[in-house]
Design a protein around this ligand. Structure first.
Ligand SMILES: [Zn+2]
Length: 450
């Protein structure tokens, strides 16, 4: 079955073109051309008249921790280590498959409303098995979002038990899931050794090795806070990227998260090895991490995608928002309005993210996934309107009210603010159940303290 989407403007090759229609077959874009040409080429096609909309590629959220949406609002305005202990670690005992499923529905459901069509979830609450992982995958599947599970490999013994695995278990379980979902059209598994401070050298090397075996990138947090750099220097006598290089894992499969505290020699090495960054500017601001040197990393040849990070260290989870934050943060940090432009950040939030995750999506072109959003050209946040102004509007002025429809793999999943795949009432109810579980922990803690 072929569907022709007739829109006012379509974003192709970095600019908006008038009266370009898309022919979608199944889950991918088959053809692009004028409406008249596509109608004559595919006379049997169903017509979707989306006049008044501009079609834009769905955005790619390259870094999230879905369950953290359940912790939103807890221990805000606190330093990272206080937040970690009072929000993250404290409520971890309540995070079983059911609660994690609720968190994932909340995070991914909210993302659909803001035009995220692919999300990479850096997931580490495994509970010494894969049942929890399956709950997250089910949530992504139920909502219809394109999904990468960055399955965390974690063996630092200071963390809660449910995060930790032996190297052998982490490899076996990650591989099992990768094989189980290998044929799934929207779900993919990548290995993700947590970080140089929370994964042993053996765990990091095992993650890198597995990434090669599966022909996917591996995800790892690197140099988010200054203390991490100092810890690695103390323990291994090298700065984080040089330490990772000693382990033999700095290459094109490296997808590093954050990279706030780097020296130029580390930036140069990442560029030379064609490594990538998932940049999370709002989270870096929220936790007062610091400012990543984006222009230097681009200059060195590092590929950059955007991520929201978890819903309790941001606290919004929109990639359009991260585009804006990326540009604004770099400008103010350098006192230079030319530091980074709208089109650069649009590309990071769409095509770059897809390329780094090795998915055929993130742009509107034949053979690419039919993942796109429809922007309402009458929305006041997009006025004054012209196709030339629209890319800058999307980054700097657009509000979620302009995002009217979202299509993933050829299926409409959000329309006029409503998720079409899972009832929002159900999501709210499941989140309320999770909140009750958290309240029980709160009561137990205060009873123990009194
Ligand atoms: Zn993270």
């Amino acid at each position: 079955m072929i569907t022709i989407y007739k829109a006012e403007y379509t974003f192709i090759d970095d600019r908006f073109h008038k009266d370009q229609a898309l022919a979608v077959q199944g889950d991918h874009i088959l053809d692009i051309g004028s409406f008249a040409v596509l109608c004559s080429r595919y006379p049997e096609a169903i017509i979707e008249d989306w006049s008044g909309y501009a079609l834009f590629p769905g955005t790619i959220n390259a870094h999230n921790h879905s369950f953290q949406s359940l912790l939103r609002g807890i221990a805000t305005d606190e330093p990272f280590l206080v937040w970690r202990d009072q929000a993250l670690y404290k409520y971890t005992p309540a995070l079983d498959a059911q609660t994690l499923y609720a968190g994932a529905l909340l995070a991914f459901g909210e993302m659909l409303k803001y035009g995220v069509t692919t999300v990479a979830d850096f997931f580490y609450v495994h509970g010494n098995g894969i049942e929890n992982d399956e709950a997250i995958l089910k949530a992504a599947d139920d909502l219809g979002i394109r999904f990468v599970m960055a399955r965390t490999m974690y063996d630092w013994d200071g963390a809660p038990f449910s995060y930790r695995e032996t190297v052998a278990d982490a490899v076996t379980r990650t591989r099992t899931l990768a094989k189980r979902y290998a044929a799934h059209p929207r779900l993919t598994i990548h290995p993700a050794p947590h970080s140089p401070h929370a994964a042993s050298p053996e765990m990091i090397q095992a993650g890198h090795h597995l990434a090669k075996e599966l022909d996917v990138p591996f995800h790892i947090h690197v140099a988010e806070e200054m203390f991490e750099v100092n810890d690695i220097l103390r323990d291994y006598g090298a700065r984080p990227i040089h330490y990772l290089d000693q382990l033999g894992v700095v290459d094109e499969s490296l997808l590093a998260i954050h990279l706030v505290w780097l020296e130029q020699s580390e930036i140069d090495l990442l560029g030379a090895r064609k490594a990538s960054l998932a940049y999370c500017p709002s989270s870096n601001m929220f936790l007062a991490d610091g400012v990543t040197k984006i222009p230097e990393l681009l200059q060195a040849g590092v590929r950059i995608a955007l991520g929201t990070d978890g819903g309790c260290s941001n606290n919004r989870i929109s990639v359009f928002e991260e585009m804006r934050m990326t540009a604004l943060l770099q400008k103010v940090h350098r006192l230079d309005a030319t530091a980074l432009g709208a089109l650069d950040t649009l590309t990071m939030g769409t095509r770059n993210g897809a390329e780094i995750l090795r998915l055929q999506t993130g742009k509107i072109a034949p053979a690419y996934a039919a993942d796109f959003v429809a922007l309402d050209l009458t929305d006041l946040s997009l006025q004054p309107f012209s196709p030339e102004l629209l890319p800058a509007h999307i980054v700097y002025s657009m509000q979620p009210t302009a995002i009217r429809r979202v299509v993933i793999a050829g299926k409409e999943v959000m329309r006029d603010g409503a998720i079409l795949t899972v009832p929002e009432k159900r999501i709210r109810n499941l989140v309320a159940d999770a909140q009750e579980r958290f309240a029980q922990i709160e009561n137990t803690t205060s009873a123990n303290q009194s």
